[in-house]
Design a protein around this ligand. Structure first.
Ligand SMILES: [Zn+2]
Length: 320
């Protein structure tokens, strides 16, 4: 009985946390306890060295796939207490969003994904892949409508998938993992797996199950940007074709990506910015936030980067 009441107290607290309160640090509960190692790919580069190159056409192809439609509370997606949001009269409501995977083709390195999209099994039979009851009931999973599932996206390329670069490890970004072969390496930002917060009481078991039997998570090793314009930059393949940009705040080790395509630079913000309104007004995400000050700084750094390179195409975390 005592155990049951304690469970209900925890469950109630998690419901509150999942339904709008800011993320709360919670020692001992990481996103996943899966092993991590230093990434074999990538070398640090200064932001000025990256920016000297990015307006020159490159050889990477990026196809952004809207894997599913979904809905989330605007108060999670945008900081509604920001003066700009107050002035605009934004009020909380269910906002239509999408879940993406970005299919990256490198002429010699092959085919990689950035984030995983959504597997049909995750969306339609979440209990079968270990999605916990609390998440199924309180993360609006009934509003998840698959458009192009992760498996279709992977097979559409017609070549083997070589690896997955993650912006971060939230459940709506690893939701395509059931479709990703078990031997494929995953890369994240530093400290992403070990990030501790209360909500991980709910999701850690699912994340561990998703990573079970897979290689250790490879963490990019950033160094501080000597130019101070960004937190840190990695040249992923060492040929200045794809860059990982450290953008912490939404999660501890959040990473955005910048690809040099034949038609110009493409910035994939990940959840450094969820929404079009948030990007256009420079307002960071709301309650879906690990650390607000660094999240805001990361968003403003990306906006300034895009303004220095007006031809840059910007693709946001959850809206076109
Ligand atoms: Zn997200």
């Amino acid at each position: 009985m005592l155990r049951r009441s304690r469970y209900l107290a925890v469950a109630g607290f998690v419901v509150i946390a999942l339904s709008g309160a800011a993320f709360i640090a919670f020692p001992g509960w990481s996103q996943t306890t899966h092993q991590t190692v230093t990434a074999s790919l990538g070398k640090p580069i200064s932001s000025s060295a990256m920016e000297a190159l990015i307006d020159q056409p490159g050889s990477i192809a990026v196809r952004t796939v809207a894997s599913s439609d979904w809905k989330a509370d605007l108060s999670g997606l945008i900081n509604l207490k920001d003066p700009k949001a107050v002035q605009a009269g934004l009020v909380d409501h269910e906002e239509p969003i999408q879940i993406y995977t970005h299919l990256v083709r490198h002429p010699t390195q092959g085919f990689f994904m950035i984030d995983t999209g959504v597997s049909r099994q995750f969306a339609e039979h979440p209990e079968s892949v270990g999605v916990p009851w609390l998440l199924r009931n309180f993360a609006k999973m009934d509003k998840l409508q698959v458009r192009e599932d992760a498996l279709s996206a992977i097979t559409s390329e017609g070549v083997p998938l070589k690896g997955v670069f993650m912006t971060h490890l939230h459940f709506d970004h690893i939701s395509g993992m059931p479709d990703v072969p078990k031997d494929i390496p995953f890369c994240t930002g530093p400290g992403e797996a070990a990030e501790e917060k209360f909500e991980n009481v709910v999701v850690q078991g699912m994340e561990n199950r998703f990573f079970d039997g897979r290689p250790a998570i490879q963490e990019f090793q950033f160094t501080t940007d000597p130019d101070g314009k960004l937190e840190g930059v990695i040249d992923v393949f060492g040929d200045s074709s794809l860059f990982a940009i450290l953008t912490p705040g939404h999660t501890a080790g959040h990473v955005s990506y910048l690809a040099r395509t034949p038609t110009g630079p493409v910035l994939l913000t990940g959840d450094a910015c969820h929404t079009r309104w948030g990007w256009e007004h420079g307002v960071e995400p709301g309650s879906f936030t690990f650390e607000r000050d660094s999240e805001r700084k990361s968003l403003l750094q990306l906006k300034a980067l895009s303004e220095r390179h007006p031809k840059m195409i910007v693709r946001l975390g959850h809206q076109p």
